[in-house]
Design a protein around this ligand. Structure first.
Ligand code: APR
Length: 316
């Protein structure tokens, strides 16, 4: 059987994710869906016409879906489904302001995914991320390892980029980590961050690290304030597409993702940003790393904040 991935939502995040997935040339089929008549088909047609230029064989299929699940047969047999459906932020909004609107959308999409692609790994990117990931698991009733969210890779990429720019070094020489929620309780982890293998704290003053930590935590809002008409999608789609690739290739890569935490770090029963080994079944295992006392305390605080919100979503 050929490899197949579906991206639900043909907005900025969905369409750029589909482009990246198609250009990897590792899937046989990439399906893109939306409720807007014609838009997914138009994106598919356009992307397929880029194949001779970019040199990939992956076929892109665009399908408009209806309110009662019409069109969802197109996602049958998907190995991975990336859910990007939902509203993005406007300037001044927090991700949490999207909760009720996006909960309705993500629930409806998840129920159709469960029906038509019951064996898929689901990667959620709609915001507020940690809550929407928890909701997708509830609505699909999939095993928790098969539902995960994209946020940590993006937040980590932002942190890495800021550090590389500040020190004027290649991004390749910088490693950073962020854990916790994709929101106010995001936990950038300087103790696990390095530049050319040296601890970040040895090459950058504490105040500057703190400035970059704050900028990372507000990384999405900074883009929203500049774009004014939507939220970020280039870096987010890069992260989501890499996760989908790691799943179909059963790569075992360790990535920062939003995953179900069950005892790691002394935290249980919540979807939270942690590092996890990714493979064909989604999350193979959560990978625990040594944290400073203050970082661990911040992670626990993040867990309690998202736990409180995630308790509300089962009724949404
Ligand atoms: N099924 C499929 N698609 C849907 C549905 C649905 N039930 N409801 C809405 N959509 C589609 C919209 O029609 C739109 O094309 O989701 C798309 C969202 O696209 P954009 O408005 O461009 O938003 P985008 O930038 O792609 O962000 C999507 O990702 O980062 C998060 O906060 C962001 O929640 C937002 C999501």
């Amino acid at each position: 059987m050929g490899k197949k991935v579906t991206v639900v939502g043909a907005g900025f995040y969905g369409s750029t994710t589909v482009q990246r997935l198609a250009e990897y040339d590792v899937f046989d089929t990439v399906v893109i869906t939306d409720i807007i008549e014609g838009k997914p088909a138009g994106i598919a047609l356009d992307l397929n016409q880029s194949r001779p230029v970019e040199g990939f064989e992956t076929k892109v299929v665009g399908v408009t879906t209806g309110p009662n699940g019409e069109g969802y047969e197109a996602i049958e047999g998907s190995d991975v489904v990336v859910i990007t459906a939902g509203l993005p932020r406007k300037p001044g909004m927090s991700r949490m302001d999207l909760l009720e609107t996006n909960a309705k959308i993500v629930r409806q999409v998840s129920e159709n995914v469960a029906k038509y692609a019951p064996n898929a790994v689901v990667i959620v990117v709609s915001n507020p991320l940690d809550e929407m990931t928890a909701l997708a698991q509830i609505a699909t009733q999939f095993p928790r390892n098969r539902v995960l969210g994209q946020a940590g890779m993006l937040d980590t990429a932002r942190f890495t980029n800021f550090v590389a720019e500040a020190l004027q070094v290649p991004v390749k020489s910088v490693k950073t980590l962020t854990l916790g929620s994709h929101g106010d309780t995001m936990v950038p982890v300087p103790s696990k961050s390095t530049v050319n293998g040296k601890p970040l704290r040895e090459v950058m003053p504490a105040e500057q690290i703190e400035d970059l930590v704050v900028r990372t935590r507000n990384g999405g809002a900074e883009v929203v304030a500049l774009l004014k008409t939507g939220s970020a999608y280039y870096a987010p789609s890069a992260a989501a597409a890499r996760m989908a690739k790691a799943v179909v290739e059963d790569s075992g890569e360790v990535m920062p993702v939003c995953a179900w935490v069950d005892g790691e770090y002394g935290i249980s029963g919540v979807y939270l940003g942690v590092e996890a080994e990714i493979g064909r079944q989604g999350v193979r295992r959560v990978v625990e790393t040594d944290l400073d006392a203050d970082e661990l305390a911040a992670l626990k605080e993040a867990a309690e904040a998202v736990r409180a919100k995630q308790a509300d979503i089962s009724s949404m």
